[in-house]
Write a protein of this length. Structure first.
Length: 375
């Protein structure tokens, strides 16, 4: 009887060991299948990676994706929006074996990405800011961007609480739709608090022109503007120049609080890691290339800088309440009878333009209250 029991126990043990063995091999197989395939990612910057701005925001995301399993990152900075970027992209593909490229600057898209992508159908191109169109652009090309105008609207709310002159300022690079959208959102945010505020704009003509940025900031300060924001690649010059003039600043792209701790109110920051990870995950798992990615505060594509110590509680409270509505999807910036600064109605009464509306990606006007012109 005892022997019989022992034999039965032994059979159970062997069965258990067998099961464990097959489970082990299955788990090893599952682990191998779950392991992301190796991917070399190329990131290309139009300026320096430590510009306290656009390029730094992308470089911060690139630093994070280096930590992802199976991902190798190659980078090149100071690549102009010329045929030079075609050379860089081609080199990353042929020499480094890049299977995914993030050419980050606006001017890289057309004609440069559109020239290189068809010649490299197995490589994915994910561009920041361009407008990818179904049937018009290659399937291995995609576009990602964020609704940072939400943050610029909130910058405007804070600026309105802080201005004493009711004159705020915007130093901008080029009058492309994304820039105009930010100028307009900043102005609308400010005028939602104080309807008589004006926002003076100077376009420098390019993404990175330190001398012109300093000249524009000083000129706007001379005109009595006392709160500044910007849309240039590296906000450092605008922030430091405004601070030296005793003015206040709302930052852009990344936090510039370290540059001017006594002048920095808050800022509109990118969180490109969200988009980068989405594109990389698709590449590593063989999913279709995401051709059109957009998101705002709700989706984690953008975020606000921490408030400076000089921002009063009433300003924080109002901005935070609007931000909560934006995250909940119950707040729209462009709606209900907006005029441009020449008096023409650009958003009719009763009309609401949601963030996903492509009409906003083609914006070609400055709203009422903006002092300046596109061309």
């Amino acid at each position: 009887m005892t022997r019989h029991l022992n034999r039965r126990d032994s059979l159970k043990t062997l069965a258990a060991l067998g099961t464990a063995g097959s489970l082990g091999s299955w788990s090893a197989l599952a682990a191998a299948q779950a392991k992301p395939k190796p991917l070399t990612v190329g990131v290309i910057y139009v300026g320096a990676r430590d510009d306290y701005g656009y390029n730094q925001a992308h470089a911060m995301a690139a630093a994070e994706i280096k930590k992802l399993p199976g991902v190798k990152v190659v980078e090149e900075e100071n690549v102009p929006e010329t045929a030079a970027v075609q050379k860089t992209m081609t080199g990353m593909i042929s020499q480094d074996g890049a299977g995914l490229l993030f050419p980050t600057s606006f001017g890289y898209f057309d004609p440069h990405i559109l020239a290189v992508a068809p010649k490299n159908p197995d490589v994915r191109f994910s561009h920041c800011g361009g407008l990818w169109t179904e049937g018009k652009h290659p399937k291995n090309v995609g576009s990602f961007f964020g609704y940072i105008d939400e943050c610029q609207y909130l910058n405007g709310v804070i600026a309105a609480h802080m201005t004493k002159s009711n004159k705020i300022a915007f130093v901008a690079a080029k009058p492309i739709p994304q820039v105009l959208r930010n100028i307009n959102a900043f102005t609308l945010g400010a005028r939602s608090v104080k309807p008589n505020i004006t926002c003076s704009v100077i376009f420098t003509g390019d993404w990175s022109m330190a001398v012109k940025e300093a000249e524009a900031t000083n000129s706007l300060a001379d005109q009595g503007c006392d709160v500044f924001t910007m849309h240039v690649d590296g906000p450092k010059v605008v922030v430091e120049t405004a601070a030296k003039r005793g003015k206040m600043v709302c930052g852009y792209h990344a936090s510039q609080a370290k540059l001017a701790p006594n002048a920095y109110l808050t800022g509109a920051e990118w969180n490109w890691l969200t988009a980068y990870k989405t594109v990389i995950e698709a590449a590593q798992t063989g999913k279709p290339h995401p051709n059109f990615l957009r998101g705002g505060l709700k989706e984690g594509y953008v975020k606000m800088s921490a408030y400076g110590p000089m921002v009063p509680d009433a300003a924080k409270k109002q901005a935070d309440e609007i931000k909560a509505k934006m995250i909940a999807g119950s707040f729209d910036i462009f709606k209900d009878g907006i005029k441009d600064n020449k008096g023409a109605v650009v958003v009719p009464a009763g009309k609401v333009l949601k963030q996903t509306d492509l009409e906003l990606e083609k914006m070609n006007y400055l709203v009422e209250g903006v002092l300046g012109s596109i061309g």
